[in-house]
Design a protein around this ligand. Structure first.
Ligand SMILES: [Zn+2]
Length: 252
């Protein structure tokens, strides 16, 4: 039996697929929805609403950028705790048995068939659509994933308001990092994480492997949890994203 029933929302949604902006936007942790067949994954009440279930505010920010830039956007429809669309299949964090300090009972002891059903229903539809889009739209010459991060992780406060994870795409990230710093914002440079091919998907697979400059935008979740605040950050970031995209289109 397929994981998603016909009356449930699709694995992913897309907006402005014919948008004119030459950079594709992705939101891989957009939703905290769980397929009905999986119940609540055995989680204690409230856990799925925390950062472990999704990137709070990220979809509002991604939509704000898509609207301002006329940029194509693909966003996932289900929680990262069901299957994480920014992790390679087979990585321990792909279907995590534990996230931060929370055990995910519904993810423990899964059979190969259970894992394959999640990949089939949620992971492959999203990434197949992104791949097909990039192959059909040669004018999309870079990729940005839109994320948010928790202000405290395992009790440790994080100093940054925003971060850019760009691996080796220095030229692409520089206008974003410098642009926010010039406005007095505390910006993480390959922080709060670094891109690791064993633990990341968007940048290594849709970016680096295709030769497309790529990065992840990370905004502290409390700054974008409210829709109006997320829209304010979209307003702040849109001209910087334009500058970053222009910087990788100019000859060196
Ligand atoms: Zn994320």
């Amino acid at each position: 039996m397929p994981l998603l029933q016909p009356d449930e929302p699709p694995a992913f949604t897309s907006e402005r697929v014919e948008g004119r902006f030459p950079c594709l936007l992705l939101c891989e942790h957009a939703s905290n929805r769980i397929p009905r067949a999986l119940g609540d994954l055995g989680l204690p009440p409230g856990e799925i609403g925390r950062h472990i279930g999704w990137d709070i505010g990220a979809l509002s920010l991604a939509r704000g950028l898509s609207r301002r830039l006329d940029a194509a956007l693909f966003a996932t429809g289900y929680s990262r705790l069901v299957i994480d669309c920014n992790r390679p299949l087979g990585a321990p964090s792909s279907i995590p048995e534990q996230s931060e300090d929370t055990i995910v009972p519904g993810n423990i002891g899964l059979s190969t068939t259970d894992r394959a059903a999640r990949a089939e229903a949620l992971f492959h539809p999203f990434h197949d659509a992104v791949s097909a889009h990039l192959e059909a739209h040669a004018e999309r010459r870079c990729v940005i994933g839109v994320h948010s991060f928790t202000p405290r992780y395992r009790g440790v406060a994080r100093p940054w308001q925003a971060g850019f994870l760009y691996a080796d795409a220095h030229r692409f990230a520089a206008p974003l990092i410098e642009g926010l710093r010039a406005q007095g914002i505390c910006v993480g440079d390959n922080e709060p994480y670094t891109i690791d091919p064993a633990e990341d998907y968007t940048v290594p697979v849709h970016g680096q492997a295709r030769g497309l400059p790529s990065l992840l935008i990370e905004i502290r979740q409390d700054l974008i949890a409210d829709h109006a605040d997320a829209d304010h950050w979209a307003e702040l970031l849109a001209p910087l994203v334009c500058r970053a995209v222009a910087s990788v289109q100019e000859p060196v």
